[in-house]
Design a protein around this ligand. Structure first.
Ligand SMILES: *Cc1c(COP(=O)(O)O)cnc(C)c1O
Length: 369
């Protein structure tokens, strides 16, 4: 048996007819740029998340960058975030000329540790970007309390968390603005790049709508300098067709996660759920000290696994200029050495899940002799 870490083909096989019809409709209409499907997706996505507004963009990265631009983040400002995330969370801060300031993670949830945020706040701090890593919302009450005290903006990086919930409210409704990604292997993926922001702030939504088209409101009238970062109509039609399945898909991920946790908890550290949270398992991440060995063993069994992420951001060459060093964020560094993400997606079969569990158990038997 062979198990891939992600299997987009399996999803598309089931949806092919529906997706092809959606694409064909756009081709027939020729409204490729900001066509009606983009507005429709924005309306439906905002409704699904529970915000007044959504603005579709060219990627999750663009969503982060335009959110910060709309909030007025500029050179000299500081933005607090986690070092244990995909680089887009922080390189977009740098792209605006601002400085990413990292705060270590809570080793149980892998999310930013609110208890360590306050000591990093300076006069230059403008915003906090919590990441809902792997699909589990960050500790938002604590983060929002700090943000309120110091008058900071909160930008949720919800790029791995479509449908996740914090105290019965969806990720994407909790901060000033939130960013989602439709990268193909995300739990709601396009057939290419894409992203979207959600917010209840009309002014921010309007500004981002202008920022995505060179700062223009009407054709050839530019009120400020912007970007080219709008979402394709064809991709919007695809995501729109998939959106109605997201709850069903998330439920399947949750069921697989439950089975993994029940079967593996005696051997490895399984994901730890913070109270009153709905984790949607964009990734199912275990902690194993001999991570690389287990990964190689599973590879020999034709099971591919992932490591998100092998090197925390503060130790990346790209951020060398920030002068962080090894030991600055011990929990993020430890996680980078010990996390292993197991295959998890709605189309994963019961036999495949059983095979993965059996293989992990076998590994520990072999390890112990
Ligand atoms: C995927 C991802 C992004 C970037 O999204 P893109 O659509 O790939 O640009 C940002 N942050 C996190 C946490 C992500 O997982």
């Amino acid at each position: 048996m062979k198990v891939q870490i992600a299997d987009i083909q399996a999803q598309h096989k089931l949806l092919k007819k529906e997706l092809m019809e959606s694409i064909e409709k756009v081709i027939d209409s020729s409204q490729f740029i900001l066509g009606p499907e983009v507005a429709k997706l924005e309306e439906e996505f905002a409704k699904y998340i529970g915000t007044k507004y959504a603005v579709a963009l060219s990627s999750g990265t663009a969503a982060l960058q335009l959110s910060m631009a709309a909030l007025g983040i500029k050179p000299g400002d500081e933005v607090i975030t986690t070092p244990f995330t995909f680089i887009a969370t922080a390189d977009t801060i740098a792209a605006l000329g601002a400085k990413p300031v990292f705060v270590d993670i809570d080793p149980k949830t892998f999310n930013i540790n609110p208890a360590k945020i306050e000591e990093k706040i300076t006069k230059k701090t403008k915003a906090i970007i919590p990441v809902h890593l792997y699909g589990q919302p960050a500790d938002m009450d604590a983060i929002l309390k700090i943000a309120k005290k110091y008058k900071l903006f909160v930008i949720e990086d919800a790029c791995q968390a479509v449908g996740a919930e914090y105290k019965n409210e969806k990720a994407g409704t909790l901060g000033d603005i939130a960013c989602f990604s439709f990268f193909p292997i995300k739990n709601l993926g396009a057939c290419g790049d894409g992203g979207i922001i959600t917010t209840n702030n009309q002014e921010l939504a309007e500004k981002i709508k202008m920022l995505r088209v060179h700062g223009s409101k009407g054709k050839y009238i530019h009120e400020f300098l912007g970007y080219k970062a709008r979402f394709d109509t064809i991709q919007a039609a695809i995501v729109l067709a998939k959106l109605k399945y997201i709850d069903e898909w998330n439920s399947k991920r949750i069921a697989i996660a439950k089975k993994y946790s029940q079967s593996l908890a005696s051997k490895v550290v399984c994901p730890c759920l913070a109270p009153k949270i709905k984790h949607v398992y964009q990734q199912y991440t275990i902690i194993v000290p001999n991570r690389n060995k287990l990964q190689d063993y599973l590879k020999s069994k034709e099971i591919s696994t992932g490591i998100h992420y092998p090197l925390p951001l503060h130790l990346q060459q790209a951020f060398k200029y920030l002068s962080y060093k090894e030991g600055d964020f011990p929990e993020a560094e430890k996680a980078a050495k010990e996390v292993l993400c197991l295959p998890i997606y709605p189309e994963l079969t019961e036999e495949q899940v059983d095979y993965i569990i059996k293989s992990i158990n076998e590994f520990f038997e072999v390890e112990n002799v």
